[in-house]
Ligand binder design. Structure first.
Ligand SMILES: [Zn+2]
Length: 290
């Protein structure tokens, strides 16, 4: 099974990965990608010159401006989604491979499917990208139920199996089975499970693995501290003690449901030059896989 490390699209970060001999990379785009300061050709050069094996590109994560499929009605969001697809396709064409583009889901599928205009906008946007950019695939990721941004906090959908339901619907209607799928984010799942416990609603990690098994393309692997909210509780590593019990459970489910997709270890670091959380998590993961 392939294990990937995350990196920003920056020379300095790429060199740090290279120095650690970590070659399999998922690129995380940030706010700058919304702007025009750096051209797509320059971004592509930075990727190619790194010599790293970059096979996944995550749409930009910006507070309050994450790229979610049901926010395509916002021009800025839709344009940056297409821009991510275009860069990924440039890379895929150059290296003759398929690049996975990751986008978030915050829809409530069972409600949204009743709104033909909303579903059509999402369908059309994804179809346009799949038809125009032949060297990409698209994967839709589960999110957390409550988000905070500059203006406060709000609730959203997409934290259960909405991504899976949407992808099944899309494949049934349009095909593209090998080019559209889901990302199962364990940190977002664990945060949701914890939050729903407060509401006496029982959802398990096993359900997430069951929901995603049909069309999963990638796992985002990270743990939570406390309830998963707050800077130091989200996207933490699997380091010791109870962390390892959870990691073991995750990998048991991975094999029980016959997963074979890559795993990106998606953990926060104090400093990217010395990514202790990633390295320790990887060590623990490899030990389980032995
Ligand atoms: Zn994720």
């Amino acid at each position: 099974m392939k294990i990937l490390m995350k990196s920003a699209l920056k020379d300095k970060e790429f060199s740090a990965r290279k120095a650690l001999d970590e070659n399999n990379i998922e690129v995380q785009l940030f706010e700058g990608f919304y702007g025009e300061e750096i051209s797509l050709d320059e971004y592509l050069d930075t990727i190619i010159n790194s010599g790293l094996n970059i096979s996944v590109i995550h749409t930009p994560l910006v507070e309050g401006e994450a790229v979610e499929i049901d926010r395509f009605y916002e021009k800025r969001i839709k344009n940056v989604f297409y821009k991510t697809c275009e860069l990924s396709n440039m890379l895929g064409t150059k290296l003759k491979k398929n690049i996975l583009v990751i986008v978030h889901c915050s829809m409530s599928f069972k409600e949204d499917i009743k709104n033909p205009n909303k579903i059509k906008l999402i369908d059309d946007t994804l179809l346009y990208a799949l038809n125009k950019y032949s060297n990409i695939s698209i994967a839709i990721e589960n999110v957390t139920p409550i988000v905070t941004n500059r203006t406060g906090f709000y609730g959203r959908g997409g934290f259960l199996n909405d991504s899976c339901l949407y992808v099944s619907y899309f494949i049934n209607k349009y095909g593209f089975k090998d080019r559209i799928g889901t990302v199962l984010d364990t940190c977002h799942a664990l945060t949701t499970i914890k939050l729903l416990q407060y509401c006496k609603i029982d959802v398990t990690l096993e359900q997430y693995f069951d929901w995603n098994k049909q069309n999963v393309k990638l796992i985002h692997l990270a743990n939570i501290g406390d309830n998963g909210y707050g800077k130091d509780n989200h996207g933490i590593g699997f380091i010791e003690g109870d962390d390892l019990v959870v990691l073991n459970d995750i990998m048991k489910l991975y094999f029980k449901y016959n997963y074979s997709c890559p795993i990106t270890i998606e953990v926060i670091e104090k400093e990217y030059i010395n990514p202790l959380n990633y390295l320790k998590t990887k060590e623990n993961l490899l030990e389980i896989l032995e």
